[in-house]
Design a protein. Structure first.
Ligand code: ADP
Ligand code: MG
Length: 261
């Protein structure tokens, strides 16, 4: 098992608030690691420090031994840390394949002004990525016409444009129905295996986390309170405490959520 990412004593303060408070974890090659925790636990802040969108207040993030803290987001991206972004409304009128071509152009350091002449050059590569997420047949439709779950697949293809060693997915299934959620995570799992990449993701549905994550880490109020397999996390007293208070379990809460969905 080769360690890809090493996070040590990573911290972020906003004014007096320690949003992330000295966390440590490793991520291995080929691993699908879930970062879970209640709202405000510090999950997005952690993602944004790994991706470079936020400057850490302290600590270290190493990818294959190289320090990422202090690097610009673009340079971190070029080193092989990908992330899925929502397709901006302004690009929804572009076709599926054009959106992926944009992501590929961006990897080449090309700007929007060079887009037209380069378009044909990246089309084949874009179609290959779309094939991998099952969206090849819809390549020439505008993104605005797609079903929500299909938009998420396109966003995943765009996240693969820099051929990432590590893909960051912050709430990739937000707003999706249970079936779509499962489909997207099953696809992600397949890509992890096929591309031998690692994924760090956050997810609200514990069903999905328990079904697809190889391992999970749990944040609460900026601190890492537990780490382990689905079984270990499910039965972890501290985890149940921060999620539900005493006496409740993931299963009961999941049933309630499904009933009200
Ligand atoms: P999560 O993604 O787990 O819901 P976040 O990382 O978004 O949590 O937030 C962690 C804490 O940091 C919260 O208390 C939040 O209010 C605070 N926070 C996040 N971003 C900022 C910011 N840009 N400025 C001030 N406080 C922030
Ligand atoms: Mg968040």
């Amino acid at each position: 098992m080769t360690t890809l990412l090493q996070v040590r004593d990573l911290s972020k303060s906003f004014g007096g608030v320690r949003a992330v408070d000295g966390i440590n974890f490793d991520l291995h090659e080929g691993e699908l690691l879930a970062l879970i925790g209640p709202n405000g636990a510090g999950k997005s802040t952690t993602f944004n420090m790994v991706g470079g969108q936020l400057q850490a207040s302290g600590g270290s993030v190493k990818l294959g031994g190289q320090e990422l803290v202090g690097m610009k987001p673009r340079d971190i991206w070029r080193m092989g840390v990908g992330r899925t972004f929502q397709i901006a409304a302004t690009f929804a009128s572009l076709t599926v394949v054009e959106n992926v071509q944009m992501a590929l152009l961006s990897h080449q350091g090309r700007t929007f002004g060079l887009w037209k002449p380069a378009a044909s050059q990246f089309r084949d590569q874009a179609l290959t990525l779309l094939e991998q997420v099952g969206m090849r047949p819809q390549a020439d439709r505008p993104c605005s016409e797609l079903a929500y779950g299909d938009v998420k697949r396109v966003e995943l293809a765009m996240g693969l444009a820099n051929d990432p060693k590590l893909l960051l997915m912050d709430e990739p299934t937000a707003g999706m129905a249970p079936k779509e959620r499962n489909d997207l995570m099953a696809l992600t799992k397949r890509l992890v295996i096929e591309r031998k990449m690692a994924v760090l993701f956050t997810e609200h549905s514990m069903d999905v986390v328990f079904a697809y994550a190889d391992r999970m880490i749990v944040l609460a109020r900026g601190r890492l309170i537990a780490e382990g397999s689905a079984q270990e996390i499910r039965n972890h007293p501290k985890v149940q405490e921060v999620y539900f208070g005493s006496g409740k379990t993931f299963e009961k809460e999941q049933q309630k959520a499904e009933a009200t969905a």
